[in-house]
Write a protein that binds this ligand. Structure first.
Ligand code: GLU
Length: 433
């Protein structure tokens, strides 16, 4: 269980594999404190930013296909609205807890600040395994959850987006429900929508693409050639599958991929198109004929140059950090590495591209989608990808410079930049009343 001074501020030193998922917010606060110490952040701002500003928990009934009723718990948490409206995805997962959502909301604030978006952070989640539900049940759940959190969201208030197990169709239902409730269409209330409904070109691929832009920059400064770099990707969802494909387009041999059931490994490189077909046919990457099955834990310790954790949080801990072989770890997932593991990797010379930078491509193109929705003026995919590349490149250089300036690893450097930015909003705006 969480050890904390009060319900909303984690204080313990956490190794996530030894704790339950309720501790994730303590991890987020621990990371924040390390960076706040580096810059000597004043106490008032430190106290403010180490709490979440607003939290909503809802319990709501959904009618299932067999006529029975199930009650689900959902949350929407807004960490800080200092920089602007808040932004962040909604996940559907059986292990969602309020503390996990708090951590993810805080990370969204830092993520938006690292890449310079005019948003604070938020996150939502429903505790459900959507793989056990029919499409109709997922739609009913989405519409009722949207209605329950409706007073909390809006195009100038808080703008949801996809996250783990949610997709453009779920965003379309959210947009429709919100619009029906207010009586007119509001495309700017959510991002990650289908293209036809005002979604942005390139949004679906943006998290994976942004992560690969980050890797390109890191490889350049490390003098590593991507065409010979062996890549391992943990997680074959939206972010992981796109990152794997784009790495293979660099001719980087992708030697292992995995999904929630486990992974597959071929040291000579996988044929990703064939893997995708296999997953579509069987429901998992497991059992692919030209590879050996491995567990998700083994995946992380495989021989490789680049490791892309693209699944869930708490994967690289003090237990396995010393066994990671990769030279670059690019976090497409949120929160895959614990603070203890960060120190071990840093001491071993592994370059970690932290989540709040490496997976910021998703929210960056969400921002582009929101701007396009507000202006009712769509951009081409080339414009989207070029602007994304520019933002990722500039942010990488800025984070690297900060890391060198303070002699800290890239996560703390990214946090330092983010906290400085948000703190300056706080100083300029002052405290109301
Ligand atoms: N869920 C994504 C993330 O964690 C995207 C959030 C957004 O686009 O608002 O960054």
């Amino acid at each position: 269980m969480i050890v904390s001074e009060d319900a909303h501020r984690g204080t313990a030193v956490i190794d996530r594999q030894e704790q339950d998922s309720d501790d994730l917010f303590a991890v987020a606060v621990q990371q924040f404190d390390i960076a706040a110490d580096v810059i000597g952040l004043e106490d008032g701002i430190r106290q403010t930013l180490s709490h979440c500003q607003r939290e909503l928990t809802v319990h709501f009934p959904v009618e299932m296909d067999d006529g029975s009723v199930q009650v689900f718990a959902g949350h929407r948490v807004r960490h800080s609205s200092l920089p602007g409206p808040t932004k962040g995805g909604i996940r559907y997962h059986q292990s969602v807890t309020i503390n996990e959502v708090r951590a993810l909301a805080m990370w969204m604030t830092w993520k938006c600040a690292v890449v310079g978006l005019p948003y604070g952070g938020a996150k939502g989640g429903v505790q459900v395994d959507p793989k056990q539900l029919s499409q109709t049940e997922v739609q009913n759940l989405t519409r009722r959850y949207t209605t329950e959190i409706q007073p909390f969201i809006g195009p100038n208030i808080d703008i949801p987006a996809p996250d783990v197990n949610t997709n453009p169709q779920v965003m379309a239902w959210l947009m429709d429900t919100y619009s029906m409730n207010v009586g007119y269409s509001v495309p700017g209330v959510v991002t990650g929508k289908p293209l036809e409904l005002g979604g942005s070109a390139g949004r679906n691929e943006a998290t994976g693409r942004g992560c690969v832009f980050a890797i390109e920059e890191a490889a350049r400064t490390q003098g590593m050639s991507l065409s010979s770099a062996r890549t391992v990707v943990q997680g074959f969802g939206n972010a992981g599958s796109v990152a794997a494909r784009l790495m293979s387009e660099h001719e980087s041999p992708v030697v292992a991929v995995s999904d929630s059931r486990g992974g597959i490994h071929n040291p000579n490189g996988l044929d990703l198109q064939a893997v995708t077909r296999h997953k579509q046919r069987t429901g998992s990457v497991l059992g692919f004929r030209e590879a050996e099955n491995v567990t998700n834990e083994q995946m992380l310790e495989l021989e490789c140059d680049i490791l892309i954790p693209a699944a869930l949080e708490g994967q690289i801990t003090r237990r396995n950090a010393a066994s990671i072989k990769a030279k670059i770890v690019a976090e497409a997932a949120n929160g895959p590495t614990t603070p203890e593991a960060d120190s071990i990797l840093y001491d071993r010379g592994v370059l970690v591209l932290p989540d709040i930078f490496a997976n910021a491509g998703g929210v960056t193109v969400s921002y582009f989608e929101w701007v396009q929705a507000l202006q009712a003026f769509p951009w081409s995919e080339e414009q989207v990808n070029e602007r994304l590349r520019d933002i990722m490149q500039r942010s990488y250089v800025a984070v690297l410079d900060t890391s060198r300036k303070y002699g800290v690893h890239m996560r703390t450097a990214a946090l330092v930049r983010a906290i400085e930015r948000v703190a300056s909003f706080s100083r300029l705006r002052g405290i109301y009343p």
